[in-house]
Write a new protein. Structure first.
Lengths: 256, 317
């Protein structure tokens, strides 16, 4: 029987690991670096909220991998799934949908946050899943209890990442704009509609929500995107580093 | 999602959709070929060529005035040929001698003409779904046209109506005799024409073409003083077993070209009006917000099946 507050991942989907292509790993590393540059010196324990204009933009995958990337850099990170209507993080990490989470914590069913927050096998990463879908998710998100917990967590963690519902669908996302450091807006290549993205960003700006920037997800070479096939082989710089990276990991694996 | 498109964009649209354009074009071509073969009736043609001779014995050399006068005659003769008098006469002749019943209007729609530059010739083509009928009509037309055209173009100022053909004294009464006369007038100038007329005459006789031979006497026309012009056939019509239309190759090429262009335009419009975000440039066109990162398409993720997911949940519990 597995420990409640630890987990063993089976067949994780789209999570950074040793087999992740070099270009993808570097993309998240650069994203992490760029996020750091958006922060002011006073932003200790920043709280990043991720959203999009619509579902299937990949925001949950993006935010989970950013959190992993942060944790792998030696930070203590908390990843919160605040999309209680359509949670995705349990699926991303291959966990039980019924596991207690944010909804139980905010509704008082879970007494303390230590009952619902657990560590991931990547050192430094902690997860708070959405929990059971409540009848009043908006009220829970906008509650003082949530604000209090966030304030407390921001002193315990180097960074907090919150997976919010798409901004164009529900009001939860923008209701807590005063609690977060900034929003990350995810757009999916070859899927997101430009007009809808613009409308979503405009609605955020109208309520003075601080949008730190846009993340373009799922770029294919054939769409003429930033990445080309064989990115690492087209540039000797990247190819050399990928080869070295793989060799180092292979040696480490043999020693183990 | 730009509202404008560059040359590279035009090429990109073609590159991305070439196989779709090709597939649709092939389908259209096949459908066109099938429609052409199965539904478009075949047409057969029989044609003849007429020559307008304008000879002025007092003129040693042809000058521009002579030539232009000759050229001017061709359009007039064509107009007469397709006029009511010719068509009605032809319709009557065909009915009485061949048992072919066609109205003047129907005949006119079957007949087409074309002129050839400054050579004072014009071609008359009869097109019909029946190759034999096309040939018969062309043959009667060849025989009837010169006399009727001459009668209308140069009406007699004297003589009887019924003796019209003989009022104007023809230089000769057969093409062969005209050829002789032409050579006599000027061997150098009219040698080629004379040779051709003589050949036509011989062909008619060799083929025992009674119809044409019976009309030779009225082929030639107008004579006044030292100036005469006449219209004479240069080539006898033949019966062709090969259809002149529809042209399968032409139809397929046209359909294929139109289809390819139309499909490309459709894809081009879809591209121009496509508001989907693909690249960072598309995002920059929407907002001034910084692009924090660009994540390539995931390559190593393996979707977790529902069974695997359920097993995982049971294990964790």
């Amino acid at each position: 029987m597995k420990k409640k507050n630890s987990l063993i991942l089976h067949n994780e989907t789209h999570l950074l690991n040793d087999t992740t292509p070099f270009a993808t790993r570097e993309a998240f590393n650069r994203l992490r670096t760029n996020l750091m540059y958006t922060l002011n010196d006073k932003d200790t324990g920043p709280i990043f909220a991720v959203t999009s204009d619509d579902q299937a933009a990949g925001k949950s995958t993006i935010i989970s991998n950013i959190a992993i990337s942060y944790a792998m850099s030696g930070k203590k990170v908390l990843l919160i799934d605040a999309d209680m209507r359509a949670p995705m993080q349990y699926k991303t990490f291959g966990l039980d949908r019924k596991r207690a989470g944010l909804s139980e914590l905010l509704s008082g069913i879970a007494e303390t946050d230590s009952d619902v927050i657990f560590s991931h096998h990547v050192e430094g990463l902690h997860l708070l899943l959405a929990g059971k879908t409540p009848p009043n998710p908006s009220e829970l998100i906008m509650s003082q209890r949530f604000a209090s917990f966030l304030a407390s967590w921001s002193t315990q963690y180097d960074a907090i990442f919150i997976d919010f519902p798409p901004v164009g669908i529900v009001s939860d996302t923008l209701a807590v704009k005063h609690l977060v450091t900034g929003y990350l807006f995810v757009v999916r290549s070859a899927m997101s509609d430009g007009k809808r993205v613009r409308a979503a960003l405009d609605s955020m700006q109208q309520v003075d929500a601080k949008v730190l920037g846009v993340i373009l997800n799922d770029v294919h070479a054939k769409e003429g995107g930033y990445y080309r096939k064989g990115y690492s082989s087209s540039y000797g710089y990247g190819s050399h580093y990928e080869t070295s990276y793989n060799q180092i990991h292979q040696k480490a694996s043999k020693k183990d | 999602m730009d509202s404008t498109i560059s040359i590279s964009g035009l090429w990109q649209v073609l590159k991305q959709n070439w196989w779709k354009i090709l597939a649709v074009t092939l389908i259209v071509v096949m459908l066109t070929a099938a429609f052409t073969v199965l539904f478009i009736p075949k047409k057969y043609a029989s044609s003849t060529e007429f020559y307008i001779v304008n000879i002025n014995q007092n003129v040693e050399h042809f000058d521009s005035g002579t030539l232009s006068a000759t050229e001017y005659l061709a359009p007039n003769y064509i107009a007469i040929l397709k006029g009511d008098t010719m068509m009605q006469h032809l319709a009557l002749t065909l009915k009485e001698k061949e048992g072919i019943e066609l109205s003047p209007g129907q005949l006119r729609s079957m007949i087409s003409t074309s002129t050839s530059g400054t050579q004072s010739t014009f071609t008359v083509t009869v097109t019909d779904s029946n190759p034999s009928r096309a040939y018969i009509i062309a043959k009667h037309l060849t025989a009837e046209a010169p006399s009727i055209i001459t009668r209308i173009a140069r009406p007699s100022e004297k003589g009887n109506e019924g003796d019209r053909f003989n009022v104007q004294v023809p230089v000769t009464s057969t093409m062969d005799e005209l050829a002789v006369a032409l050579r006599r007038i000027d061997e150098a100038k009219y040698k080629d024409l004379a040779d051709q007329l003589a050949k036509v005459h011989r062909d008619a006789r060799d083929n025992n073409d009674q119809l044409l031979m019976s009309y030779e006497a009225t082929i030639l026309g107008y004579y006044e003083g030292n100036v005469f012009d006449c219209i004479t056939p240069l080539r006898m019509p033949t019966e062709n077993s090969s259809p002149v239309s529809p042209s399968l190759t032409r139809n397929c090429l046209i359909a294929g070209a139109l289809s390819a262009v139309a499909m490309y335009m459709i894809f081009l419009l879809m591209h121009v009006f496509n508001t989907t975000v693909y690249t960072e440039d598309d995002i920059k066109a929407i907002t001034d917000l910084p692009i924090l990162g660009t994540i390539p398409s995931w390559q190593n993720g393996t979707p977790v099946s529902q069974t695997e997911q359920q097993q995982k949940e049971d294990t964790v519990q």
